[in-house]
Design a protein around this ligand. Structure first.
Ligand SMILES: [Zn+2]
Ligand SMILES: [Zn+2]
Length: 137
């Protein structure tokens, strides 16, 4: 998302854009995206500063680090970004900051649910789907 400074009117500017997770280099071995990122921005220009109230949304999927099942999760984040402007600045590119905001929300170990029971160490059965015959509980 780029903001061209002289296109921001007095009362602020609303922008709605989609951004590709690939282009922002957001996909990892553990975390992939189902949808592009949806960006909603409210941009204000005050003398030598640009303020962006930003909402970032996306649907992601991962494999649970305990039971290995694939599951979907969402990012829906509000944040505010501030830029001081130099006299030669023509536009501000938000991409790096957007990337950082999203990565901050990544779990270190993705879990399908907080109480995921994981796999039986003996037979490998997913214990969320009921007990197995190994005698372990
Ligand atoms: Zn799980
Ligand atoms: Zn078992």
């Amino acid at each position: 998302m780029k903001i061209i400074i002289n296109q921001v009117p007095q009362g602020g500017l609303y922008l709605e854009e989609e951004a590709s997770a690939k282009e922002l280099d957001l996909e990892t071995d553990l975390i992939r995206f189902r949808t592009p990122l949806k960006l909603n921005a409210h941009v204000f220009l005050i003398t030598n500063a640009l303020t962006v109230e930003l909402n970032i949304r996306a649907v992601l999927f991962s494999n649970c680090s305990r039971c290995l099942e694939e599951f979907e999760w969402k990012i829906n984040k509000d944040t505010q970004l501030n830029y001081s402007l130099g006299s030669r600045d023509v536009f501000i590119d938000l991409s790096d900051d957007i990337r950082e905001e999203v990565i901050l929300d990544y779990p270190i170990k993705p879990l399908c649910r907080s109480n995921c029971k994981g796999l039986c160490v003996q037979c490998g059965k997913n214990k969320n789907q009921g007990g197995c015959n190994c005698g372990s509980t």
